[in-house]
Design a protein around this ligand. Structure first.
Ligand code: SF4
Ligand code: SF4
Length: 428
């Protein structure tokens, strides 16, 4: 897809001979004529009139657009219930085996509840706290999840504060009893699976080298039985050198008609070609999803739902995520990190139990500012990128991963294209 830029205006060819303009500050869209499109490709060929109109639009401010600021108040805590796993994924970012290099496999419930109490006490009345269960594989210890849930519910009863629960799991250990616990907790459930058995079992075997897919699919089946009492069920897939069949995964996963699917990319050093392939595959996924279900189908894919929702609601963000601002992550020993994927790196510990260190300050300015994103057209949709990806590519969490930027702008341009197409359809 051809994308052009002139100051604050982005233009793309949505269909042959049809041009969409997008204002990167106000998120407004307009159809452009060929003169404007040509002017954006080569200013020397531009008519005085076309450039004048583009200049005028570029300078326009909108009173509709809303900026989302993230406070430096912890509103979400991710707890590692287990630092051990029953799968052995080839691309595991948690130390290669779910342990993050730690010898403490299981959460200490009393330590975890002390942390929960501390952060909930600091939360203003009327607000919601998000408790996320993570690992390793958190469902190796469902009893710990149950105990933490019961404690938290009793602690917050009558406090005017609400707690919502989510879990990221490989889904292989979801028995009817576990599904019932998840339903009781009205959980948001995220299942890690990379597509059909062929692709998934290659990258995500069990520790005994057996296939994990039948177990995960059985888990999804159990969840579907209690779906009406869950907040949502989603899948999360990871692509990279181990597997690049994203379109195949999309077709396989959509048959379950879950609430959403994440089609993520795992960065590696020198991965320019792979990153390009990811963009190509995601363009095919967007085309297939839009053809089958319009904007609604695209909204079910996490990589597109973010820009689409922000454009639709005219919401600008200066932070890609809440790491170190609204979100902290605790390991099984009570050490706190801004992001799970930094666990095990002693330089990245930002707290212990309820003691928060000054090191957290390196996360607390807006990411657009820290990562020097001022000239990027996608900055208010992206919010400055991912510190983990930066670290993988550049050994420095605050030095931008250039391939991430290309992928992000490609995904957002696709989002803009299909959003504009759906507006066109509505009008016709
Ligand atoms: S795409 Fe890259 S340059 Fe643009 S806001 Fe995101 S991280 Fe910054
Ligand atoms: S830094 Fe990246 S991986 Fe970590 S929480 Fe933020 S978006 Fe996720």
């Amino acid at each position: 897809m051809k994308v052009r830029r002139y100051k604050n205006i982005i233009a793309l060819e949505s269909d042959p001979g049809r041009y969409i303009g997008f204002h990167s500050n106000s998120f407004e869209m307009a159809e452009l004529d060929f003169d404007a499109w040509r002017a954006m490709g080569n200013v020397a060929l531009a008519t005085h009139e076309a450039l004048g109109e583009l200049d005028e639009w570029s300078q326009e401010e909108s009173s509709e657009v809303v900026d989302i600021d993230l406070p430096n108040t912890v509103q979400a805590l991710s707890l590692n219930i287990a630092q051990v796993c029953n799968l052995h994924c080839t691309y595991c970012a948690a130390g290669g085996d779910g342990t993050y290099g730690s010898k403490t496999p299981k959460v200490d419930v009393s330590r975890a509840t002390e942390q929960i109490r501390y952060f909930i006490d600091k939360l203003p009345e009327g607000e919601t706290f998000a408790l996320k269960f993570f690992g390793g594989e958190p469902l190796l210890y469902p009893g710990a999840i149950r105990d933490i849930f019961r404690y938290t519910e009793l602690y917050t009863a009558g406090s005017g504060k609400k707690v919502v629960y989510s879990i990221t799991t490989n889904g292989t250990l979801i028995t009817p009893k576990v599904a019932e616990l998840m339903a009781e907790m009205n959980m948001t459930v995220v299942i890690s699976i990379d597509g059909s058995a062929e692709a998934n079992d290659r990258a995500r075997p069990t520790t005994k080298k057996g296939p994990s897919t039948p177990l995960t699919l059985k888990g999804i089946e159990e969840l579907l039985k209690v779906r009406d009492r869950l907040s949502s069920i989603s899948t999360n897939s990871v692509f990279g050198s181990h597997n690049m069949d994203i379109l195949g995964a999309y077709h396989f996963l959509k048959q379950f008609n879950l609430d959403s699917m994440g089609l993520n990319y795992a960065p590696e050093k020198n991965d320019e070609k792979l990153s390009e392939q990811y963009c190509e595959q995601m363009a095919l996924v967007a085309e297939a999803a839009y053809a089958e279900g319009g904007l609604e189908a695209l909204l079910k894919i996490t990589q597109f739902s973010r820009p689409l929702k922000n454009i639709a609601h005219q919401v600008r963000t200066e932070n890609h995520c809440g790491a170190g601002k609204t979100l902290l992550e605790a390991d099984t020993e009570g050490k706190l990190y801004a992001c799970n994927w930094f666990m095990g790196d002693q330089k990245e510990v930002v707290g212990q139990d309820t003691d928060i260190f000054d090191d957290i300050k390196s996360w607390q300015n807006p990411l657009i500012e820290i990562h020097g994103c001022q000239t990027c057209w996608a900055k208010y949709l992206c919010g400055g990128g991912c510190a983990f990806m930066n670290k993988v590519k550049n050994d420095d969490k605050h030095v931008k991963d250039v391939e991430f930027c290309v992928r992000t702008r490609t995904l957002y341009a696709l989002g803009i294209k299909y959003y504009a197409k759906s507006l066109e359809n509505e009008l016709n």
